[in-house]
Write a protein that binds this ligand. Structure first.
Ligand code: NIG
Ligand code: FE
Length: 423
C-alpha cells in the first residue's frame, strides 16, 4: 500500500490536462477528462489518479491525512497566470473615466499618463507597501483559481525601484501560497527623465540593472515592451542579448498595437514567450508556429481597452502555435486578477473552444513559464495544485458566465480555499 496525506474522492469529471505538453493544434482539444475520479497526493505531489475502488486497493490515507468529498464537482489543475504586473502601487480609475469619454490608451500615454502614472506611484511606495498590495491581490487571485503566477517589475524604471519591486515579489512568494515566478521588466517604458536619451537608459539597464538583478538572483525572466514609440526591434535585440548573457530567459511584450516584427524576433531568439499579439502579422504567426516560443494571449486587454481587434487565436492555433492565456493584470489595460474571467473571455471573444481555453490556462500556461514538468496538469509526480468547481460538467466553466464556481483550491497538497473562502 502506498501512502497519501490528501485525497479527493467523487469528482464527477477530473480534467487532468495531461501531456504531452506543450499542446498544439488538435491536441489542445484534449483535456484528459476522467469521469467519477479520485485523486490523491503525498507531501504535495500527486500519487494516485483513478477510481475510488482502485484507490482503496492501492492506497492508504495517513492517520492525519485529509479526505475531501468532491460531491460530484469538477476537478482541474490550478490556473497558471503566465503574465501579470503584480507589484504596482496606485490605481488608474481617473484615466479609465477619460477612456470612457473617448480618449484612447495611447493618447493618454502620449500625455505622459498611462504607465508613467503608475511609475510615479510605485516609486513613492515602500517595499513593505508593495508587499502588502501583492498579498491582498494574491488572495483575490487564489479565490479565482490561480495557484502560480508570473510577476513582472517594470514600474520602477530605475535600479533602486526595479529591485524594490522584485524584492516585494520575492517576499510575497515566501509569504503566500501562490507560487510566483519573477520577471525583470526594466524595459517596460522609457522613464520620463530619459525620454530624449533612450540609448542612455538602455545602457543603464545593461550596465547597472541586469548585473544587480543577477547579483541578488531576483529574476528568472527578462521582458521588454517592443512597440512603436517604446523599444524598437533593434533595441529589443540588443537588450535580449544582454539579458541572455546574464542567464535570464526571455519574454517579449510585442505586437500589442503595432506589428514591428517582435513576434518573429521572439522566435529567432528562442524566447520562452511572445505576449499580447493583437497586431501580429501572417509572418509573425508563421514564425511562432514553427518555434518553441509560446504565444501568450491576453484577451482582458482588448476587452478592457474596448479595442475592435483581438489576438488571432484561431489562426495561431490552426497554424500550430503554442497558445496560452493570461490576465496581464495591471492598473491600465487589464485590471483583473481573475483567470476564470480570462478563460471565459477567450471562449467568447477569441472563439477558443472550452477545452482549448482550459489547456491554455493550465498545461500551456505552465510551459509559458518553463514549469511544465512540475505543474499545469494532473499527473503522477506533479504538484497537487487542484481546483474544485461546483458545476455539473466542464462545459459550465464557459457557459455560466460572471460567477465564480470555485469552492476549493488545493496548493501543494494543502487546502488553501475552502467553501469559497481563504482557509
Ligand atoms: O501589458 N503594454 C504594456 N504594458 C502593460 C500595460 C501597463 C499599464 O498600462 O500600466 C500591458 O498591457
Ligand atoms: Fe503586460
Amino acid at each position: 500500500m502506498k501512502s497519501a496525506d490528501l485525497v479527493v474522492t467523487n469528482c464527477n469529471q477530473l480534467l487532468t490536462c495531461r501531456g504531452p505538453i506543450p499542446k498544439r493544434k488538435e491536441a489542445l482539444q484534449d483535456i484528459g477528462c476522467i469521469e467519477n475520479a479520485t485523486i490523491a497526493s503525498y507531501e504535495g505531489k500527486i500519487v494516485f489518479i483513478g477510481s475510488e475502488k482502485e484507490y482503496h486497493k492501492e492506497m492508504s490515507l495517513d492517520k492525519n491525512g485529509v479526505q475531501i468529498d468532491g460531491k460530484g464537482k469538477i476537478g482541474l489543475p490550478g490556473f497558471i497566470d503566465s503574465h501579470t504586473h503584480l507589484p504596482f502601487a496606485g490605481s488608474r480609475e481617473d484615466e479609465f473615466l477619460l477612456r470612457l469619454k473617448g480618449y484612447t490608451y495611447l493618447q493618454l500615454a502620449a500625455k505622459g499618463l498611462g504607465i508613467q502614472t503608475t511609475v510615479k506611484a510605485t516609486r513613492k511606495a515602500s517595499q513593505q507597501e508593495l508587499l502588502s498590495l501583492c498579498l491582498t491581490r494574491l488572495d483575490s487571485m487564489l479565490l479565482h483559481g490561480t495557484t502560480t503566477a508570473e510577476a513582472k517589475s517594470g514600474y520602477g524604471l530605475n535600479t533602486k525601484d526595479e529591485l524594490k519591486q522584485l524584492r516585494a515579489i520575492r517576499e510575497a512568494d515566501r509569504k503566500h501560497p501562490v507560487d510566483l515566478v519573477p520577471t525583470f521588466l526594466g524595459a517596460h517604458e522609457i522613464p520620463m527623465e530619459y525620454k530624449t536619451r533612450k540609448s542612455e537608459y538602455i545602457a543603464l539597464i545593461i550596465q547597472e540593472m541586469l548585473p544587480e538583478v543577477k547579483r541578488f538572483n531576483l529574476a528568472e525572466f527578462f521582458d521588454i515592451f517592443c512597440e512603436e514609440g517604446v523599444y524598437s526591434v533593434e533595441d529589443t535585440r540588443k537588450l535580449v542579448k544582454a539579458a541572455q548573457q546574464s542567464g535570464l530567459k526571455i519574454k517579449i511584450h510585442t505586437d500589442e498595437f503595432s506589428a514591428l516584427g517582435g513576434a518573429e524576433l521572439a522566435a529567432e531568439v528562442n524566447a520562452v514567450s511572445a505576449e499580447h499579439l493583437i497586431a501580429i502579422t501572417q509572418e509573425g504567426i508563421a514564425a511562432l508556429s514553427e518555434s518553441s516560443t509560446a504565444a501568450i494571449l491576453l484577451p482582458g486587454v482588448s476587452f478592457f481597452l474596448m479595442l475592435d481587434k483581438t489576438a488571432p487565436a484561431r489562426q495561431l492555433i490552426d497554424h500550430g502555435a503554442v497558445v496560452a492565456l493570461a490576465t496581464d493584470f495591471n492598473p491600465g489595460s487589464s485590471m483583473t486578477e481573475s483567470m476564470f474571467f480570462i478563460l471565459q473571455l477567450a471562449v467568447f471573444t477569441l472563439k477558443m473552444g472550452i477545452e482549448e481555453a482550459i489547456n491554455a490556462v493550465t498545461a500551456n500556461a505552465a510551459y509559458a513559464i518553463s514549469r511544465q514538468t512540475s505543474m499545469g496538469s494532473l499527473e503522477l509526480g506533479k504538484k497537487m495544485d487542484l481546483l474544485l468547481c461546483d458545476v455539473p460538467n466542464y462545459a459550465y466553466l464557459g457557459y455560466h458566465i460572471g460567477t465564480n464556481p470555485i469552492t476549493h483550491v488545493i496548493k501543494n497538497g494543502k487546502i488553501v480555499v475552502k467553501d469559497g473562502q481563504i482557509f
